[in-house]
Ligand binder design. Structure first.
Ligand SMILES: [Fe+2]
Ligand SMILES: [Fe+2]
Length: 196
């Protein structure tokens, strides 16, 4: 386990620009806090959060090449926006390189940008940390950090709503997985009367 974390740390330092490196370190910090609060295994969360952006600063054609080399399906949207592939390619890399079979770790890395319905706890934590780590500054971020500590599903619901509103306001496309995640969260909300 230690060598995986050490190796991921080394690769991040090598491949990421300073700002991104700092984002990843803060993600790990916040993710570990959430893991402890919500009783999720710390090492799984560390691996996933440390790996989520390892390929984020690669040139788009390299991401396409890697996806092809891994024989991954590349959608039309991903072909047009290869950066969208950085999570999926990272998940596949980590699976092969470290023999990781933990589905929750792999989905957390693969779907940290788009989100996904029925996301597991590791995935929820990585998704939340990606938006809420301490370098992120926007209205309500502190409120959302507290919410993530109290109730992850509720925090996800608010964050996904924000992301969708942001995209639609700027006339940007929505990823199908994000829409599916939204519908899933709306359903969860209906089932949980605590939310308002
Ligand atoms: Fe990312
Ligand atoms: Fe990130």
């Amino acid at each position: 386990m230690k060598h995986i974390l050490f190796e991921l740390q080394r690769i991040s330092r090598l491949l990421l620009k300073d700002k991104r490196f700092s984002h990843v370190q803060s993600c790990v910090n916040f993710a570990v806090q959430l893991a402890n609060i919500h009783g999720v295994n710390e090492d799984r969360v560390k691996i996933a959060s440390l790996a989520h952006d390892i390929f984020r600063d690669l040139e788009p054609p390299i991401l396409i090449k890697m996806a092809n080399a891994y024989k991954m399906k590349v959608t039309r949207l991903e072909k047009l926006n290869p950066i969208l592939l950085h999570g999926k390619v990272a998940a596949e890399y980590v699976r092969r390189r470290f023999n990781i079979a933990d589905k929750e770790i792999l989905e957390a890395i693969a779907y940290h940008t788009s989100g996904k319905e029925n996301l597991g706890d590791v995935g929820k934590i990585v998704f939340l940390s990606d938006s809420l780590e301490e370098n992120r500054i926007y209205e309500n971020v502190e409120f959302l950090r507290q919410m993530a500590k109290q109730d992850m599903n509720h925090a996800l619901y608010l964050i996904v709503a924000n992301k969708i509103l942001y995209a639609v306001k700027r006339r940007l496309f929505l990823l199908p997985e994000t829409v599916k995640m939204w519908n899933w969260l709306v359903q969860l909300r209906k089932e949980d009367s605590v939310w308002n």
